[in-house]
Design a protein around this ligand. Structure first.
Ligand code: GLA
Length: 410
């Protein structure tokens, strides 16, 4: 059943205490009894998430409701607006990026990430739209690893493997949220305390993630974590981008550059085989801008295993700090996304498992390859590959990574 949101009260522009409440309604019920109300609600949803008018002004943060957990706990939705009128909605459930607007070459804003209008819709989908991913992003082979001589068994949720921290990973948890001050732009901090043994991982992990929508049109994500026992950590965000606009067809025409001359080839269940393979001469060579669709159907074993691109690129790092990982250009709208990160790798996933059954924000259909993800991270299955950069976090040390998604147009 399709769920849509109706905005109960319209925010007063400039009002600091906006109480716009999103209430979940079933489309079926609305269609039977109140067809006009249903149409109005759908239009309001579009106004709320999809076609936010570009209003230049004071950067600000507003708190709204995204819905309630089954036990009645309210879930906040933060609306960040930067000085250029760019907007991001962030939900405390999963620390999820629900929407993000960006200007095209004419200055027209569109929502460029996939997501759901309501908390119920968000909880029902299994694609990890915009969620924070932990404790270990990507796959751990066979759902087990050994750390300091002890073997840990994790719940399995992806064939024989553990994916994205397990069935109840960080993207499916309710985070504490608060607005924080930043000179760069509006910002919200999400924190989550993961108990020792949660989803099979050792150590109590205290995680903080700060999202800043900078006045330079960047979404900056800062991740920190500390543990009271040795553990493994690999945090990322699972935003699905479509620079034409969420629900505006496929992403095959987007032109991608990835700053990587090697990738980690995988087996049939997408676990790295341990080799760092040169991309040169393969469909994985994005060292020069290439349309996503140009080679995605190539008769290539790696492409077949991923059902398209769903692989880890080893970034050509020029230093320890923030370096450019990738650039994506969408020719129709002129929108450009640059990805900068302190992480050593990038999982580039082309929405191969989307199948058109999910109706996202505003009821829009999200087709196969209707979005791409650029998940900055350490390599998949690192705990089982001692030669890969380590994902181990020891007590007393602080995990800290930064990723910036920067938007422009040409
Ligand atoms: C990651 C994985 C993909 C897929 C998506 C979620 O990107 O690498 O295989 O599981 O998450 O659908």
């Amino acid at each position: 059943m399709v769920r849509i949101a109706s905005i109960q009260s319209t925010p007063e522009p400039g009002s600091p205490t906006v109480q716009a409440r999103a209430q979940s309604l079933t489309m079926e019920g609305m269609m039977l009894h109140r067809p006009i109300a249903a149409v109005c609600a759908a239009l309001l949803v579009c106004a709320g998430f999809a076609q936010a008018p570009a209003k230049k002004g004071q950067p600000n943060v507003k708190k709204q409701s995204y819905g309630k957990m089954p036990d009645g706990t309210p879930v906040d939705l933060y609306l960040l607006t930067n000085a250029n009128g760019m907007e991001a909605h962030l939900a405390a459930y999963g620390g999820t990026l629900v929407s993000l607007t960006a200007p095209d070459r004419h200055g027209a804003f569109a929502d460029v990430v996939l997501g759901m209008d309501t908390l119920d819709g968000c909880r029902a989908q299994t694609a990890y739209f915009g969620a924070l991913i932990g404790r270990y992003g990507n796959r751990i082979g066979g759902g087990q690893f050994t750390l300091e001589g002890k073997t840990y068994h994790l719940p399995i949720n992806d064939g024989p493997n553990t994916l994205h921290g397990g069935p109840l990973g960080f993207g499916k948890q309710l985070w504490q949220a608060r607005e924080v001050a930043s000179a760069e732009g509006p910002a919200v901090e999400f924190s989550y305390l993961s108990k020792d043994g949660e989803e099979g991982f050792p150590g109590t992990l205290t995680t903080k993630v700060v999202y800043t929508l900078t006045n330079k049109n960047e979404l900056k994500i800062d991740y920190t974590a500390v543990s009271d026992k040795p553990t493994v950590v690999n945090l990322t965000n699972h935003a699905y981008f479509n620079l034409k606009g969420a629900g505006e067809g496929d992403i095959l025409g987007h032109e991608v550059t990835i700053n990587a001359s090697r990738f980690t080839p995988v087996d049939s269940v997408l676990i790295p085989i341990g080799e760092l393979r040169a991309v040169k001469g393969t469909p994985f060579d994005f060292t020069a801008a290439t349309a996503i669709g140009a080679r995605i159907e190539t008769d290539d074993q790696q492409i077949k295993f991923g059902k398209g691109y769903d692989h880890n690129w080893v970034l050509d790092k020029t230093g320890a700090g923030l370096t450019k990982a990738a650039e994506v250009y969408e020719p129709k709208t002129g929108r450009v996304l640059e990805v900068w990160t302190t992480e050593p790798a990038l999982q580039f996933y082309t929405g191969n498992f989307l199948d058109g059954t999910i109706h996202g924000k505003g009821g829009k259909v999200y087709p196969r390859r209707g979005a791409f993800c650029m998940e900055t991270q350490h390599y998949p299955d690192s705990p089982n590959h001692p030669a890969f950069p380590t994902t181990e976090l020891k007590p007393g040390a602080t995990y800290h990574t930064t990723t910036v998604y920067s938007f422009s147009a040409k």
